[in-house]
Ligand binder design. Structure first.
Ligand code: PRX
Length: 639
């Protein structure tokens, strides 16, 4: 160490951060045990980690309850009268729930679940709008040891049915509708279609959200408010072992079938409790707003489990960001005095496109810290966010993580030490996270060189397995680089150790931060009678990050036309859901394939993006450069 180094700005801050980081990697079990003691366990664990690669169990033998962590614990303190949830519906209706009213609601909800016959080890599917009942049902499930699966309300009946069948859900909870951009999403009607395809589901509970009459099947469907009439006010928490599955959340991968990511109770809660403190520097007076939908992992960890485990006040908003006008979000920040605001780069780019006048009309001075998640953020959007939302006073945490990781892995951590920010970089791995950028053979690449992001040690928030498919869990995530978790993302670590995340290296597309698998999209299109084959790719989109482009081969006897194109778009929206709306659709006579019959993904991507084949990162398809070039020329001519 030289004097010149010590006097460099940030030297001591970096030193402090990296000392903690190094200690966490040298003694991970001690480190995580110390973190785990911050939660309230009914019984302490016998063993911090049981690592039978690639399966990890954290805090083995420890007993706890998720609802107890997030609610009961606070109700025993002064926080009982603290706001837990500020809720705003899209039409402007509001509800404020204190920790004690939330506690009461959850207890009655748990009683309803029990009266319907649900017990520890059962699973329930939640298909609800962003209303307080969504976290209430999640926590009520946790209270009695029922594993929940939340299905984003933008998914179709088929997607809902597939998930319910895969998980073997006994119960479906839905609503008579939800408000979105002034319209009512007919959730119950969609749920009815799904129920017809899901024989495992015995009962359905319907929350009255929009006050509309919906078909109710006698003996199967029940209004929630009717069931509440028989509910008791207090239901005991069920103690579960640390690895008891708290929830299963479906996400897209490289095969046609979404994967059920299984998260534990103990490891998951410890991990989120800690990294929430580190990343969001949560304080007693924080008013925390994460704009994600609870249907995604961000909503699970960053709306429900992490902030509530800290006894924070959260904001929950039902509707669209631009309804009835473009200042809806800024109005909410001003109304509730939001201090911590966490959103997606897509949303920021959307607002940026409309200019700074809307946020400028509101007092956003309560904000202290901003965050982003779900996709890479471009420096222009970062700077706009910093200036026009954060008033050049709020640090921005760009948080990298995945459904599988359960919580934030790479991010700045102002709760430990704020280090110099670089727009577009997520910063550093959090304590306990052994992240590295490696080449195809698994060796760490030089600083500044692009490679694949891997995690070389287990961490408490990691998923337990893929529901019903431990083999696929092993193959997809752990076989490529034995001993390391393969994230599927490209990254660069620069000379100063900052990580830059560069998007997916596999066949996963991110549209407005929503994760979709190319094969899943292709299967959906092929299920239309006019289609024999389909290739899905993405192109860069200035707002949504990526947009879907389809290459479709028609069956003999069908003619390409605008009407058929529209019909196919409607079909994919129906099969997967509106999240999967393609931006463009080309009719082609053949698809670019390798000799072994695999679609050459990078050729589709280059043509979809209107760039040269050499400008596309090599997506793994086994084709040679010459093959890919020839196929690229062919396809370009065809579209
Ligand atoms: O490609 C990465 C991108 O989102 C993927 C994970 O998607 P999902 O499981 O839906 O979870 C999203 C929310 C946690 C990653 O593999 N991603 C997530 N965060 C970032 C990101 N890409 C760049 N920067 C980020 N901060």
């Amino acid at each position: 160490m030289t004097d010149a180094m010590v006097s460099q700005p940030g030297y001591w801050a970096r030193k402090r951060y990296f000392e903690l980081y190094d200690r966490s990697l040298r003694h991970p079990e001690e480190f995580w045990a110390e973190e785990a003691r911050k939660l309230d366990w009914f019984k302490t664990w016998d063993k911090v980690l049981e690592w039978k690669p690639p399966f990890a169990r954290w805090f083995v033998g420890g007993q706890l309850n998720a609802c107890h962590q997030c609610v009961d614990r606070h109700v025993k303190t002064w926080r009982k009268s603290k706001v837990a949830i500020y809720w705003e519906g899209e039409p402007g209706d509001t509800r404020v729930l204190s920790y004690s009213t939330l506690y009461g609601e959850i207890n009655r909800c748990a009683s309803v679940l029990k009266n319907l016959g649900l017990r520890k080890g059962d699973t329930a599917a939640l298909y609800l709008p962003m209303i307080p009942e969504l976290p209430i049902f999640m926590l009520a499930c946790g209270r009695i040891g029922v594993t929940h699966t939340v299905i984003f309300s933008g998914f179709s009946a088929q997607s809902l049915a597939d998930r319910m069948n895969d998980i073997g859900a006994k119960l479906l909870v839905t609503a008579d509708g939800g408000f979105r951009r002034g319209n009512v999403i007919p959730l119950k009607e969609i749920a009815d279609e799904a129920l017809a395809l899901s024989p495992c589901v015995e009962k359905a509970v319907v929350v009255n959200r929009v006050g509309k009459s919906v078909p109710m099947q006698r003996g199967r469907d029940f209004w929630y408010h009717h069931l509440l009439e028989d509910a008791v006010p207090s239901v005991e928490t069920v103690s579960v072992e640390s690895s008891h599955p708290l929830y299963i959340l479906y996400t897209s991968g490289t095969t046609g079938k979404p994967k059920g990511i299984v998260h534990s109770t103990g490891g998951y809660l410890v991990f989120n409790h800690s990294n929430y403190q580190w990343v969001f520097d949560i304080k007693e007076e924080s008013v925390y707003w994460c704009t994600a939908d609870v249907g995604w992992v961000t909503g699970h960890s960053s709306i429900v489990y992490a902030p509530l485990s800290h006894g924070a006040a959260i904001v929950l908003y039902e509707g669209s960001p631009d309804y009835p006008s473009l200042d809806r979000w800024w109005n909410i920040i001003e109304t509730y005095g939001v201090t911590t605001f966490y959103t997606s780069p897509t949303a920021i780019r959307m607002f940026m496109q409309h200019g700074e006048e809307e946020p400028a009309r509101h007092d956003l001075s309560s904000l202290e810290l901003l965050g982003t998640v779900g996709e890479p953020i471009n420096p222009e959007a970062w700077l706009w966010y910093y200036k026009h939302i954060g008033g050049e006073r709020c640090p921005i945490v760009d948080t990298w993580w995945q459904t599988e990781t359960g919580g934030i892995m790479i991010s700045h951590a102002p709760g430990i030490q704020l280090l110099a920010l670089k727009p577009g970089s997520a910063g550093f791995p959090l304590p306990g996270i052994d992240a590295a950028v490696v080449n195809e053979s698994g060796e760490a690449v030089a600083p500044g060189e692009k490679g694949l992001l891997v995690i070389r040690k287990p961490w408490p928030g990691m998923f337990l397995t893929l529901h019903g498919d431990p083999e696929r869990y092993k193959q997809t995530y752990w076989e490529r680089f034995p001993g390391s978790y393969h994230t599927g993302d490209y990254a660069v670590k620069d000379e100063e150790g900052y990580f830059w995340l560069l998007g997916r290296a596999d066949e996963v597309i991110k549209v407005a931060g929503h994760r979709l698998g190319t094969l899943e999209l292709e299967n959906a299109v092929i299920s239309h009678p006019a289609v024999v084959e389909c290739g899905a790719a993405s192109k860069p989109d200035p707002i949504k990050g990526e947009a879907i482009v389809l290459f479709v081969i028609l069956r003999n006897g069908y003619e390409a036309s605008d009407d058929l194109s529209k019909e196919l778009v409607a079909h994919i929206r129906k099969v997967v859901g509106p999240v999967a709306t393609p931006e463009r659709l080309f009719f082609v006579a053949k698809l670019p394939k390798t000799r072994s019959g695999k679609i050459m993904r990078r050729v589709l991507k280059a043509v979809a993006s209107e760039v040269d084949i050499g400008d596309v990162s090599t997506l793994e398809d086994g084709a040679s450069v010459d093959e890919a070039k020839a196929a690229y020329e062919d396809l370009k001519k065809a579209v």
